[in-house]
Design a binder for this molecule. Structure first.
Ligand SMILES: Nc1ncnc2c1ncn2[C@@H]1O[C@H](COP(=O)(O)OP(=O)(O)OP(=O)(O)O)[C@@H](O)[C@H]1O
Length: 387
């Protein structure tokens, strides 16, 4: 249900606009303001999706309304209504952030298509914002240990650069989370972060997965398909579990990194790609190099910056905050109030050997919330958290 405000000093035109819009869509909620001052008061009271605003009005004119709304309510779209004498001002208003303008007397079709487009854009902006908020919430990095603070400060420094980052650490410590943060805090965040789990893709498919293929390149290639490098163009490619990539795939990735170009399987043309590569592994790559399972030249290409994410056992001081965070999230998911953990419960949690790291802690917190009492105490932890 779109909320629209018509700002126009001529009653007859207000009526025409209102009738056209409510005939078009009965769900439109349409308000009217007969001058600029009234419009500014009204946008402060209610959140509008769209303003249709006359340019020439006595007192506060349309441009002042536009400036106010752009500054205070940037998500609200504004379509200016221009009379004979103010076409230049109307064109100018678009530089000031108006979505578009229509001329008086309003042409029915032009009015409706412009309104539709403006509302679609507002929807998109809003959707994007909710998505960003959701992502930000889902990717919170909780903890105040020295180790985590150091990681956060490294992320701040490396994110805005295009340097490749190798993220190392045991399973479940938050390597993927670090990769998301590096991407989110970089200039590339308007483009996608594409993830590839190198361990999950059979070696014979990895080339096509990364570089794409041309129709007919192999039996199941029924049409051209873009690979992950191309999908990530302008953004970031995250190669997770890079230590599990086959040597032949490593050679091809190395070439792509050296030349900034890829060749789809079955293709004869090279494609230029602009991709920042982040990689993660739980393996000790220097050991893998010694054993001949990982290419040293690729290692050096990937590890311009190395972020080591420590095991949870090495930062048990983060357990209280993490427990509280997960308890809150789980309660939200289950739709009930968050259960409290007693100090005794936290002490018990800190005694556990967390081989599965933060992922395991989250599971244990969920188990305790389901099986434990109203408040989770040390007894609950001793009883239900054992492996
Ligand atoms: N500091 C943190 N604060 C909040 N949640 C965290 C933190 N670190 C990790 N997590 C959460 O723990 C889970 C495991 O993290 P993630 O998947 O990033 O680990 P990983 O090291 O990439 O694991 P794997 O090597 O198994 O792929 C995720 O749900 C993640 O959101």
């Amino acid at each position: 249900m779109a909320k629209i405000l018509i700002v126009e000093d001529e009653k007859a035109i207000r009526n025409v606009l209102k009738n056209i819009l409510s005939d078009e869509d009965k769900t439109f909620e349409i308000d009217e303001a007969e001058n600029g001052k009234m419009a500014i008061d009204m946008v402060e009271e209610k959140e509008y999706d769209l303003l249709l605003c006359d340019i020439k009005m006595p007192g506060v004119d349309g441009i002042e309304v536009l400036e106010h709304v752009r500054e205070k309510h940037p998500d609200t779209a504004i379509i200016m209504i221009s009379g004979h004498g103010d076409l230049d001002t109307a064109v100018d208003s678009m530089k000031k952030g108006a979505y578009d303008y229509i001329s008086k007397p309003p042409d029915l079709n032009r009015l409706l298509t412009t309104v539709r487009r403006a509302l679609d854009r507002t929807d998109l902006v809003k959707e994007n914002k909710t998505l960003k908020k959701k992502i930000a919430k889902g990717f919170q990095m909780i903890g105040e240990s020295d180790a985590l603070e150091q990681i956060k400060s490294m992320i701040e420094k490396v994110a805005p650069t295009d340097a490749r980052v190798l993220i190392t650490g045991p399973n479940g410590t938050g390597k993927e989370l670090v990769a998301h943060w590096v991407h989110q805090k970089s200039e590339r965040n308007k483009q996608p972060l594409i993830e590839v789990n190198c361990a999950a893709i059979p070696s014979e498919l990895i080339e096509s997965e990364l570089f794409g293929h041309k129709k007919g390149a192999f039996t199941s290639a029924v049409k051209d398909r873009k690979g992950k490098f191309e999908q990530a163009n302008g953004g970031t490619l995250f190669l997770d579990e890079i230590g599990d990539m086959s040597l032949s795939a490593q050679a091809k990735v190395l070439r792509a990194l050296q030349e900034g170009k890829i060749t789809p399987v079955g293709g004869d043309k090279e494609v230029k790609v602009n991709v920042r590569v982040l990689a993660a592994t739980n393996k000790d790559l220097t050991e893998e190099i010694k054993e001949g399972r990982f290419r040293e030249d690729l290692y050096h290409r990937l590890s311009v910056i190395v972020i080591k994410v420590p095991a949870l056992n090495d930062r048990k001081e983060d357990i209280p905050l993490l427990t509280e965070h997960f308890a809150g999230k789980i309660a939200e998911e289950h739709g009930n109030a968050a259960k409290q953990f007693t100090e005794d419960a936290i002490v018990e949690l800190q005694k556990i050997d967390w081989t599965g790291n933060i992922r395991e802690l989250r599971n244990v917190v969920e188990r305790l919330i389901i099986l434990g009492g109203k408040e989770i105490n040390g007894y609950d932890v001793r009883t239900f958290a054992s492996k």
